[in-house]
Write a protein that binds this ligand. Structure first.
Ligand code: C5P
Length: 289
C-alpha cells in the first residue's frame, strides 16, 4: 500500500515573545495560519528498515532530516517490525519561517499511523510531535490556531472572517535565517524579548471583525534582530504596503515576508510587480487564504 500526503506550510500572523525560559527556549504566543503551498510525502511499507529519499539533494536524508527523525521515533514507539520507504518532494522554501520541515515531520507521523493501521493514539502523536520541534504539533491539525508555551500548545480556531477573499503573498529573498540565531539575538532587544501577554488573543478577536481592526495587532518580535541584519526584508514590507497590501510582516524567524491582499487579480498584479522590482533571485508566491 502506498499513501501520498500533502505537507502544508504556515505563516505567523503574530509571534509575540514573552521572555526567555530557564530551559533556554522562549515563552511565546502566536497565531499560525496554514498556507496551501505543499511538499509531497509518499509512504510505502517494506519488509525492514527506514529508507528516505528526497528530490532536493541539498537536504540530507539521514537523522538530520526531520522526516527521518519522526519516522525513527514512530517506528520505535509503535513497535513496528517491518519497514518503510518514504519519498519527500520539496517545494516549500527552507529556513524560511514557513515551518516546512515541521510540517514534514507531522505529516510523517500522520502518514505512518495511516499505513500501519493507527497503532498510536492522538495524545501519543502530540507528545512525539512536541519532542521533534515547537512548530510540529500545529501541523497535526489543519486549521488556523493560537499556540502558547514554546509554540507546542496548540488550540485550533475557526477560519477568520476578516480574511475571506484575501490572498497571501510570500516573498523569499533567496537566503535563509537560522532560527537559533534569531532567538539568540533577541537578547539585544529587551522590549521585543519581553512582550506584553494577550496580544495574540486580541488579534484573534480583531481578525473576526476586519483587516482594518486587526492591522495594529500583526506583529513579530523576531523582526527586531532579523530586519536589522537583513534590511532588504524591511524594503520588501515597504514595497508591499505601497502597492496595496493590507499588511506585511516577517513570518516566524524569517526569511519569508508575508502580505495580505484582497482578491486574486490584485494578488497576481502585486506578485508581478515584486518580480519586476526585485528580479529572479527572489521567490514570490501568491495563494488564496
Ligand atoms: O523547537 P525548535 O527545534 O523548532 O526550535 C529551534 C530553536 O529555536 C531552539 O533550539 C531555540 O534556540 C529556538 N526556540 C526558542 N524558543 C521557542 C522556539 C524555538 O528559543 N519557543
Amino acid at each position: 500500500m502506498q499513501v501520498e500526503l500533502k505537507s502544508p506550510c504556515k505563516v505567523n500572523l503574530i509571534l509575540n515573545i514573552l521572555g526567555k525560559r530557564p530551559d533556554g527556549f522562549h515563552e511565546l504566543e502566536t497565531v499560525m495560519h496554514p498556507v496551501k503551498i505543499f511538499d509531497v510525502l509518499t509512504f510505502e511499507r517494506t519488509s525492514s528498515g527506514l529508507d528516505l529519499t528526497c528530490d532536493n539533494s541539498a537536504l540530507p536524508t539521514d537523522s538530520r532530516n526531520l522526516v527521518h527523525r519522526a519516522a525513527t521515533v514512530f517506528l520505535g514507539e509503535a513497535k513496528v517490525k517491518d519497514g518503510v520507504r518514504i519519498h519527500l518532494e520539496k517545494r516549500i522554501p527552507m529556513e524560511a519561517g514557513l515551518g516546512g520541515g515541521s510540517g514534514n515531520a507531522a505529516t510523517t507521523l500522520i502518514g505512518l499511523n495511516q499505513i500501519f493501521g493507527s497503532p498510536l493514539a492522538p495524545e501519543i502523536l502530540q507528545r512525539i510531535a512536541e519532542t521533534l520541534g515547537s512548530d510540529v504539533p500545529f501541523f497535526l491539525q489543519s486549521s488556523p490556531a493560537i499556540a502558547i508555551g514554546r509554540g507546542e500548545q496548540v488550540q485550533s480556531l475557526p477560519t477568520f472572517r476578516a480574511l475571506e477573499g484575501y490572498h497571501f503573498i510570500l516573498i523569499h529573498p533567496g537566503f535563509g535565517v537560522s532560527t537559533p540565531w534569531a532567538y539568540k539575538n533577541l537578547a539585544r532587544f529587551p522590549s521585543a524579548l519581553n512582550g506584553e501577554r494577550g496580544r495574540a488573543e486580541r488579534l484573534v478577536q480583531t481578525l473576526n471583525r476586519s483587516i482594518e481592526a486587526a492591522r495594529p495587532d500583526f506583529y513579530n518580535s523576531l523582526e527586531a534582530p532579523v530586519l536589522e541584519k537583513f534590511p532588504l526584508l524591511a524594503i520588501f514590507q515597504e514595497f508591499l504596503l505601497e502597492n496595496g497590501a493590507a499588511m506585511a510582516l516577517m513570518s516566524g524567524s524569517g526569511s519569508t515576508t508575508l502580505a495580505l491582499i484582497n482578491g486574486k487579480e490584485k494578488a497576481e498584479q502585486l506578485q508581478e510587480k515584486v518580480r519586476e522590482k526585485f528580479g529572479s533571485s527572489v521567490w514570490v508566491g501568491s495563494v488564496e487564504v
